[in-house]
Structures are given as C-alpha cells and as structure tokens.
Design a binder for this molecule. Structure first.
Ligand SMILES: Cc1cc2nc3c(=O)[nH]c(=O)nc-3n(C[C@H](O)[C@H](O)[C@H](O)COP(=O)(O)O)c2cc1C
Length: 432
C-alpha cells in the first residue's frame, strides 16, 4: 500500500494493463494506492471514537506510533541490479505451513466497532490470499466461526486470564486447538491496562454510552451509523460460552474486564507450552533476555512488537530491537515482527533486519474501515503485489535472499553496556 512501490509492482504483476476495462478491484487500487489514502477515507467514514481507537496510541499525540513509523522509514536497503528476476517468489514456510507471502493479519480486538464483522472480512481475505490471520481473545466473531471461514489461515491470540489458576485461559487454549488454530500467540505486553487518553476523552465505552459528544460523532458518520444499526453493537463472542448465549454486550464486556487483569508470567507460559501441542509464539518481546528465556521454555516463535505503540510511550521502536533479538535467538525460534508495517517495502525492511515473518494491524483494519467488505481483499492484494514488486526492485528473489540484503539500520538498539553512543544502556548494577 505504499505510494511509490505500487506502480512498479503493477508492472511486475501485470495488474491494470493499459486499455483494459477497469474492474472494481482496479478502481479501488487507483483510488486508494497507499495506506494514507485508506486512513484518510477511514477517518471521514467511521465515528471519531472508533477511528481514534484504531489509529491512536497511548498518550497525547501517540508518540510511540510516530516513533515506530520514523524508525521504519530510517531503515535503508541497498538494491542490487542486473539480476535475472524471472523467478521472484514471495512464498514462505512457517511452522510447517506454506504461505503466499511473509505477511499476516495481526490480532485485533473489538474490530466490530470499526466495521461490523471486520474479523470475518479479514479472516476471509487472509484465507483467499493464503496468509495467516490471528484472531484475538477479544474478537467480535467467535474463534469457531472464524475457523470455518479461514481453516488454512487461523491462528489464535491469548490474553492471559489469571483467575482460578488460569482456568479460562486453558479453556480458550483447548477451544483454539479443537477449532484447528495453527499457532497460539500469547501476548505479553499488556501486563496492565493503560489509560489511552484519546479513548478517555472520547468517552469510549462498551457498550457505547450515548453522551452528547458520542452522539455528535455518530451523526457525523452516517454510513457507519447505519451499518451499526443494521448489524447491532459488537460483542466479545468468545466469552458467550462462559456468560451465556444471550448475554448482553455489557455483560460480556464486564466479564472480560473482570478476567483479563494482569497478564501472564513465565510460569504460566510453561503451563501453556504443556497444554498447547502446536506452534507457540510469544508476542510483545522487546528485550533479548526475554527472548532467550522464551526459547528456553520451548517457544517456537518470538514476536517482536510494542503493540503498535498502544501500550508504552517510552518503548523503543519495534523495528529497532529486531536485530539484537534475532542475534540472541540465533535461529532457535522464528522471529515474527509487527509495528508500522504499511507496505511491501516495510515488509522487506523487517525481513532485512532479521525478521522471518511480518504482521500488520492497522493497515488491514483501516482498509476495512475505509472500504467495508472490499477492504480485506484490497489490503491483501496490495501487500502481495507490493512485496513482489519491492523484492524485484531491490534485486531480491526470495524471502531467504531478503535476509541477506545489505541494510542500513542507524537506530538499531544495542544492548551491550559499552555500545551506547546511540543505543540503550544495559541495566546498571548499583554499587553495594
Ligand atoms: C484496534 C487494535 C486492536 C488490537 N487488539 C489487540 C489484541 O486484541 N491482542 C493483541 O495481541 N494485540 C492487539 N493489537 C496490537 C496488534 O496486534 C499489533 O501488535 C499492532 O497493531 C501492530 O502495529 P500496526 O498497527 O502499526 O501494524 C491491536 C491493535 C489495534 C490497532
């Protein structure tokens, strides 16, 4: 969905050949060639509180979101030319399964507030494109239904629910296994809920509270409002089993608030490892020592992420911790990455600095906010096309070659105490 690479990618894949009648997909491609185009449309189409919920971060001005973007832009790839590009391939294998490209849909909760059944739209698009789709614990379409929509793409993301010895977490894990999810992603970087100031100001609540400001927001987004009215307010569907099939939006929301309290510990992860027979991934890792600890527990994937800048404004940019974490892991687990992946070029950047596979959150969800049902296919096609075009432009013929690209990464965090001209310091021990 980048501006510059899209046109080039079109030449490579033969989309929109001159003179051909324009298809609906071709029209969208021309009108919304970049993430920014989609974001602009989303902003004017959905209620302000729903848009801010997706696009925003934690504190005022979302500094960590901006930091993720600036750090991504700072990564440079040195292209190689005069190569035979007849065999450029983006397909890759992860945890024993084949995917069309090294990109997937990151887990996102409460997406139904942005567009009704956004989870189902994105799951179907991922299945059609042969890429992974990670369903959130707090999705608005239940994991069993998503498994029917996307049997080849479904992964499940777990937020720990520590009450009663993780009884609920372990039941969700069992259900994900029965539904056929290919990987379990345990999110670490929400140890406590954070005050997201834009949500506080907007009076965001589940179910919606009709304050004057909310009503004004809704009135300014008539297409979205009509769609919400027709389909009803989104529910945390995975929780119906525990609260009741007829539970109200509010009852399901309070159940989530009561149970998702403090995240998970290393002991919990060891238990989840025993309970889950397929690929296990820990999401939200930012420190090489945490990655080492995860590998020691038999984890299959380390997902480097700062939650898209939604949790901790002082965190390093997600892309900047990838090289040190990849070095610490040394091939013992796969390195997954998210944070400001908005185009095929960003995917290449992440692969070049050490990731094996990437995920995007907002790029997919804002496409649905902008275009509704058509947004899922538009976003997956754009990513696939751009990854291929960008690979070709840089002289890279496969995901394996991307890992060997010559890369400039000026802000990469170095964790050794002596290497701190620009990087982070290792924790100092206080003299006793
Ligand atoms: C609206 C929204 C909801 C999210 N909900 C979850 C969630 O339920 N579980 C989770 O692990 N991460 C969640 N995330 C974080 C994403 O999985 C991912 O880490 C982040 O979006 C990546 O950054 P990007 O949006 O810049 O691509 C959410 C992100 C967004 C934008």
């Amino acid at each position: 969905m980048s501006g510059s690479s899209t046109g080039q990618a079109g030449r490579v894949t033969g989309w929109g050949a001159a003179g051909a009648a324009e298809t609906p997909a071709g029209r969208l491609r021309r009108r919304f060639p970049t993430f920014d185009d989609l974001q602009g449309r989303a902003r004017s189409r959905v209620a302000r509180f729903a848009y801010d919920f997706v696009a925003g971060g934690v504190g005022d001005g979302a500094p960590n979101v901006a930091h993720n973007r600036a750090a991504m832009d700072a990564v440079r790839i040195v292209p190689r030319y005069a190569l035979d590009l007849s065999g450029v391939a983006t397909a890759t294998r992860l945890f024993g399964r084949d995917y069309a490209a090294p990109v997937g849909v990151a887990p996102m909760g409460n997406t139904g507030m942005v567009w009704p059944r956004a989870d189902a739209i994105l799951a179907a698009a991922a299945q059609a494109a042969r890429i992974p789709y990670v369903s959130s614990t707090v999705a608005n379409v239940g994991m069993e239904e998503l498994a029917r929509i996307a049997p080849d793409s479904l992964w499940f993301q777990l937020y720990g629910c520590p009450a009663e010895g993780h009884r609920l977490s372990l039941d969700l894990i069992r259900r994900a296994e029965a539904a056929g999810a290919h990987a379990l992603v345990v999110t670490l970087d929400v140890p406590m809920r954070q005050k997201r100031v834009h949500d506080v100001r907007n009076g965001l609540a589940v179910p919606f509270k009709y304050r004057p400001r909310t009503v004004l927001d809704i009135a300014r987004a008539p297409v979205w409002a009509l769609e919400m009215l027709r389909k009803g307010q989104p529910r945390f569907e995975n929780m119906k089993k525990y609260v009741g099939e007829d539970a109200s939006v509010g009852e399901l929301a309070s159940f989530v608030t009561q149970h998702m309290t403090t995240g998970v510990t290393w002991d919990d992860i060891a238990r989840f490892r025993e309970a889950w027979p397929r690929a296990l991934v820990l999401k939200g890792i930012q420190h090489p020592e945490d990655a080492e600890r995860a590998v020691a527990l038999g984890v299959d994937g380390i997902w480097v992420s700062n939650h898209g800048g939604r949790q901790f404004d002082a965190a390093p940019a997600s892309i900047d911790t990838v090289p040190a974490i990849a070095a610490a892991v040394g091939g013992r687990a796969k390195i997954l990455y998210d944070g400001s992946i908005r185009s095929g070029l960003d995917v290449l950047r992440a692969l070049a600095v050490g990731a094996d596979f990437c995920f995007a959150g907002r790029a997919f969800l804002l496409a649905v906010a902008a275009l509704g049902e058509a947004g899922g296919g538009h976003a997956t096609s754009a990513f696939l096309e751009e990854i291929r075009g960008t690979f070709g432009q840089a002289g890279i013929r496969s995901v394996e070659e991307a890992a060997r690209a010559t890369v400039l990464h000026p802000n990469a965090v170095r964790f050794e105490p002596e290497a701190n001209a620009a990087g982070l310091e290792a924790p100092r021990r206080r003299a006793s």
